[in-house]
Design a protein around this ligand. Structure first.
Ligand SMILES: Nc1nc2c(ncn2[C@@H]2O[C@H](COP(=O)(O)OP(=O)(O)OP(=O)(O)O)[C@@H](O)[C@H]2O)c(=O)[nH]1
Ligand SMILES: [Mg+2]
Length: 449
């Protein structure tokens, strides 16, 4: 892929709409636009302003009236010259416009290439580029809010200080080794630890934010389990706010898994309704029950439903026992009926029939999944599994380094661990070059002054 080509693509989604935008980026954007468009008056390429034009066919007949907006580099999305052509949103017109641009010298953009260029030109860093994708894919406003803050740099703002401190430490040790004769003293173990430990702790804190951050874009899966007739499907429908699963008073109504997605507190939620669990009732039901156990095992959280209007049965007890290692959330359903259930006091009482207690249940579920609550969008917590993995890798190397200091290992060896801690962080924020370290050595330690 040549990043000096001028590229073109339809920027709006496929299909028909009021408007559709064709975007050009690269040094020839203006020239190409002039080749494919007919301007009413001599085009004036003033940045951030628009002008009227027409797309014309090979015989110079107008196809569409368009508005052309020019963004002069570097103040554009890609930090290159960008021309956006707003056409009417007809797929035929948009395709024609792109074809004309290609004939006039543009290349079709690869997927994500506009954002890639913004990154390569240094306008945004990797977490920001990744967040563009999250913003476009967002299905809830909360997700969009988080992604928007990430595009503004919320993640980088949290990671960069850690990287700075790590670079400082690396430079300090490098200076001690390379310029030992220039009376740069070798850092003492206490000094190294004094700098190293806060770095390790910061990385640890960042990793901890992934606990709830993971939920933001990935969402979570909730399995609803219990013996027959306790109201699992009713609760499933209630949480979905529509009649999706069949509800009857016949025990054993649900036999297969029924799953649907919805959202809870702005995060995606996959709900799974399961067959009522009881002893051997024919092949189909038995297979359904196997699946119910599997669904509970696969879920992020299981809701174990009990019937408040009945005394606890042997099946209930068996289930409580069987699922205990999954730490299910205990729900007492049918709170609208006189209570006969004794026992577990830590249950959430609801009525799937009347909706009573459902709001509290939603809150309890969220609290179980994110005990500290969902982070505010601007907190810059980690939401990407890629970032989380890299930070864990860095953390391990920092642990290793801390041990190395305690064992008084030579700084040359210690540096190997520190570089191993830096590399994964670089993979998030963009690479550190040898110059970064040298500049730091010279600016901080005044060598050869
Ligand atoms: N009074 C009352 N009845 C309820 C409530 N929730 C469910 N029911 C009734 O309980 C019966 C069983 O409901 P379902 O939702 O089908 O129960 P289930 O747990 O899915 O049953 P299986 O699929 O057979 O395992 C139906 O007659 C529901 O109308 C409730 O909150 N209050
Ligand atoms: Mg059911």
């Amino acid at each position: 892929m040549n990043i000096h080509d001028t590229i073109v693509a339809i920027a709006t989604p496929m299909g028909r709409g009021g408007l559709g935008v064709v975007r050009l980026s690269g040094a020839d954007s203006r020239a190409i636009a002039e080749r494919i468009l007919r301007f009413r008056v001599e085009p004036r390429w003033q940045s951030w302003s628009s002008q009227m034009a027409e797309i014309v066919d090979e015989r110079d007949a107008p196809i569409d009236q368009v508005v052309v907006v020019f963004f002069e580099q570097p103040k554009s999305y890609t930090a290159e010259d960008v021309v956006e052509i707003s056409c009417h949103g007809s797929p035929v017109v948009l395709r024609f416009c792109v074809e004309r641009a290609v004939a006039a010298g543009a290349r079709l953009a690869e997927p994500g290439e506009f954002t890639l260029r913004a990154y390569l030109r240094g306008r945004i860093d990797l977490p920001q580029a990744e967040a563009v994708r999250e913003l476009i894919d967002a299905t809830t406003l909360y997700q969009a809010q988080v992604a928007a803050r990430q595009i503004e740099g919320s993640v980088s703002r949290r990671i960069r200080p850690v990287k700075e401190q790590l670079l400082e430490l690396v430079s300090l040790l490098e200076a001690g080794i390379d310029f030992a004769e220039d009376d740069v003293s070798v850092a003492k173990p206490e000094e190294v630890l004094r700098r190293l430990i806060p770095i390790r702790n910061s990385v640890e804190q960042l990793i901890a934010t992934f606990g709830s951050g993971r939920l933001v874009f990935e969402g979570f899966t909730l399995a609803i389990a219990g013996r027959p007739n306790v109201g699992k499907s009713s609760l499933f429908n209630r949480l979905l706010e529509r009649d999706r699963a069949i509800v009857t008073d016949i025990p054993g109504t649900t036999r297969d898994l029924v799953s649907e997605t919805t959202t809870l507190g702005g995060i995606p939620l996959k709900l799974v309704d399961t067959a009522g669990i009881r002893q051997g009732q024919g092949l189909v039901e038995t297979l359904g029950i196997e699946r119910a156990f599997q669904a509970v095992a696969d879920a992020d959280l299981a809701l174990l439903i009990l019937d408040l209007s009945q005394e606890m049965t042997a099946e209930d007890r068996e289930l409580l026992e069987k699922l205990s290692d999954r730490r299910p959330l205990l729900i007492g359903n049918k709170s609208d009926l006189p209570r006969r259930l004794e026992g577990p006091c830590d249950l959430v009482a609801v009525s799937a029939r009347t909706g009573e207690g459902i709001q509290a249940l939603r809150e309890t579920i969220l609290l179980r999944l994110a005990p500290e609550g969902l982070a505010p969008p601007e907190s810059g917590g980690i939401t990407s599994i890629r970032h989380a993995h890299l930070l864990k890798e860095s953390h391990e190397a920092l642990q290793q380094a801390a041990r190395a200091v305690e064992f008084n290992i030579p700084h040359e060896m210690l540096l190997i661990d520190l570089y191993a801690a830096l590399r994964p962080i670089d993979a998030i924020t963009g690479a550190t070059t040898a110059d970064d370290i040298l500049n730091r050595i010279f600016s901080t330690f005044c060598i050869g002054k």
